[in-house]
Design a protein around this ligand. Structure first.
Ligand code: PGA
Length: 224
């Protein structure tokens, strides 16, 4: 199985997100290869839109096997008096995954290992699979999850994707258990996606900028 995640970050209006989905689903429905990959568990498409669009998107993807949603973030708290927080309990039933520890959360919102650990625990408590984003080995030593997304800071949003050799070397250094799922993210686009996907070491991609355009994102999907 290859996992391809679209991380829209703080982009798109409701109307734009619906337009994206319309184009994307049209392309998907027209591709027997993609539909078969989904059907036979070779491909899983995970869309991480802004939180308010989870429900409307869920209604449209309902019924497609292996097309599902992720939260870009999750609260470290359980339900309670936490104005503005969106807890794992609230998200349960909407999302299958949650990104945890994205480098933007770590650097802009000062999220450290204790908060990240609480988020991982909250996600698991409500049967949401945390995707732990790590910038380096230290981040992985501090926290752990079955899904690990390696996103070197220098590669995020810069156009300087890490070479497959560097990514493979990094993965080897982590000594992951065999049931772990290792993703790469950082300036992935339709040109470089096949380089990662044809190597067995990388089981998926976390795509930011290139996921905003449904045509470009679909090209990445096709390369699985
Ligand atoms: P990018 O972002 O693809 O724009 O580099 C990836 C990410 O931050 O998840």
């Amino acid at each position: 199985m290859k996992y391809i995640v679209a991380n829209w970050k703080a982009h798109k209006t409701l109307e734009e997100s619906q337009g994206w989905l319309k184009v994307f689903l049209q392309k998907m429905n027209a591709s027997n290869e993609v539909l078969q990959n989904l059907e036979y568990d070779k491909l899983q498409i995970i869309i991480a839109p802004p939180l308010p669009f989870l429900q409307p998107i869920l209604e449209k993807i309902h019924g497609y096997k292996n097309v599902c949603l992720a939260a870009q973030n999750i609260s470290d708290k359980d339900d309670g008096s936490f104005t503005g927080e969106v807890t794992a309990h609230i998200l349960a039933g909407l999302v299958r995954y949650a990104l945890v520890g994205h480098s933007e959360r770590r650097s802009i919102y000062a999220e450290g290992k204790e908060i990240i650990e609480l988020k991982i625990q909250q996600a698991k408590k409500y049967n949401i699979e945390p995707i732990l984003c790590i910038r380096n080995k230290q981040d992985h030593e501090d926290n752990n999850a079955q899904f690990v997304a390696y996103e070197p800071v220098e590669a995020i949003g810069t156009g300087n994707n890490y070479s497959i050799e560097n990514v493979q070397e990094f993965k080897t250094s982590l000594e992951l258990p065999s049931d772990n799922v290792f993703l790469y993210g950082g300036s992935v686009d339709s040109q470089n996606a096949p380089l990662y996907l044809r190597e067995g070491d990388v089981q998926g991609l976390l795509v930011g900028s290139s996921s905003l355009d449904p045509d470009e994102f679909f090209k990445i999907i096709v390369s699985v």
